[in-house]
Design a protein around this ligand. Sequence first.
Ligand SMILES: *[C@@H]1O[C@H](CO)[C@@H](O)[C@H](O)[C@H]1NC(C)=O
Ligand SMILES: *[C@@H]1O[C@H](CO)[C@@H](O)[C@H](O)[C@H]1NC(C)=O
Ligand SMILES: *[C@@H]1O[C@H](CO)[C@@H](O)[C@H](O)[C@H]1NC(C)=O
Length: 501
Amino acid sequence: MAFGDSNWLLFALLAFSLWAVAFGSDSESKEFVLTLDYSNFSSAVAKHDFIVVKFYAPWCGHCKQLAPEYEKAASLLSSHDPPIVLAKLDANEELNKEIASEHDIKGFPTLKIFRKGQKIAQEYKGPRDAEGIVSYLKKQSGPASAEIKSADDATNLIGDKSIVVVGIFPKYSGEEYRNFTALAEKLRSDYDFAHTLDAKLLPRGESSVAGPVVRLFKPFDELFIDFQDFHVDALEKFVEESSIPMVTVFNNDPTNHPYVIKFFSNANAKAMLFMNFSNEIAESFKSNYHAIAEQLKGEGISFLLGDLETSQGAFQYFGLKMDQVPLIIIQSADGEKYLKANVEPDHIASWIKEYKAGNVLPYRKSEPIPEDNSEPVKVVVADTLQDIVFNSGKNVLLEFYAPWCGHCKKLAPILDEVALSFESDADVVIAKLDATANDIPGSSFDVKGYPTIYFRSSSGKIVSYEGDRTKEDIIDFIEKNRDKASATTTTTQEEGQKDEL
Ligand SMILES: *[C@@H]1O[C@H](CO)[C@@H](O)[C@H](O)[C@H]1NC(C)=O
Ligand SMILES: *[C@@H]1O[C@H](CO)[C@@H](O)[C@H](O)[C@H]1NC(C)=O
Ligand SMILES: *[C@@H]1O[C@H](CO)[C@@H](O)[C@H](O)[C@H]1NC(C)=O
């Protein structure tokens, strides 16, 4: 499913807000962040009780943005007791790649928290600015659940901005307490946990309960919920489900971002309404949308309301245009997208009904078809993929690239040479597609990184190219996998005819 992948979308959405911290120089004399590599990673992790490792790549832009913040956080934390150590590892370095793959590093930067005595590192899910990193890590290095002993404790821990899961117990022992603590340990990077012997200290809910009961406080919808099943799995499900708002709001307010992350990490279809929150019609959109979300609760669709001001990432990702706003886009669980541009508040419900009935055609992002495509390497966009790659009856080598990708830039002149060497061969096409600007059918191509190169022979056999990125090797590969010219001609005609029917 490659770039229909939700994480990628999430990344695109948040890229412009969470990460956009303009910062000056990172030229500090003393480095507080430890540099690790394959030779000393294991010993460093074994030596420290609490160490955070940033897996990065030198070419990655978001890594560069994070670097000065991370260094600043390391310096602020350098005197913290107990010690919190910040380290980094260049996961792009050949000899370090094994460590990165052992820790399941899929994108950059990825931060992992290693605690002494815990086999599995915990994913860092905190903010990306120095202050945020510091406060998140301070919390992560303390106990998984904080005790509430006074009304002040409760006020400090349970604000009106985040989710807090509080266990109310008659005593701090027994299976319920142990299960609660186990869950707190497991989900500590996602939620704040607290426990108390006295429900009267808590700001909301029945104050006479003795417990055991779990009371989840949240800043939206019904504001708190009680739960009494202490099976670890049931408890986890309860916490996860209760912490998704009826409608997730995506705007400049960073306290909403954890919910945005949750929105994208669940398996539901995702309905996203983008509009200008400053517009006077915004209120009627909001109330209609909320009513629809409530009506469709439990039917496998999650709802997000996004402000135009913060949605550049989404617009780029989906290939949307400002003149389509207000718009609603649904990404279904199988990755298909459905778009209703210039929607009016009253039309949302009926359009979603049509979508659910299967009456809406999928939407596909494409760059415009290039007017001039005479360079040796042909430009393919989503709208020409069928014509140039699938139905041309030719042997096509297709590179999926991203405009910002350094390896792609290195490959470009090599592909030019390959294309030139096949220039007089009408049966071979060398082509490229900007995979960030065009939707690609995940059923045919699995594009997880850039560049990804596929070859489709004229008879339809698809193979991915895994060889060295040299002219000679690519040419050899094409010669080995291409179909004979005679077969090609037949296929072309057949497919051409089929198409016209
Ligand atoms: C790990 O080894 C690298 C390369 O030898 C070195 O630059 C780095 O400082 C070492 N890190 C630690 C924490 O010893
Ligand atoms: C605690 O969790 C375990 C594992 O889910 C479960 O078997 C046990 O029944 C739970 N205890 C209570 C009191 O719910
Ligand atoms: C949103 O609407 C306000 C008020 O009409 C306007 O000033 C602002 O430029 C709009 N924002 C965008 C991104 O169009």
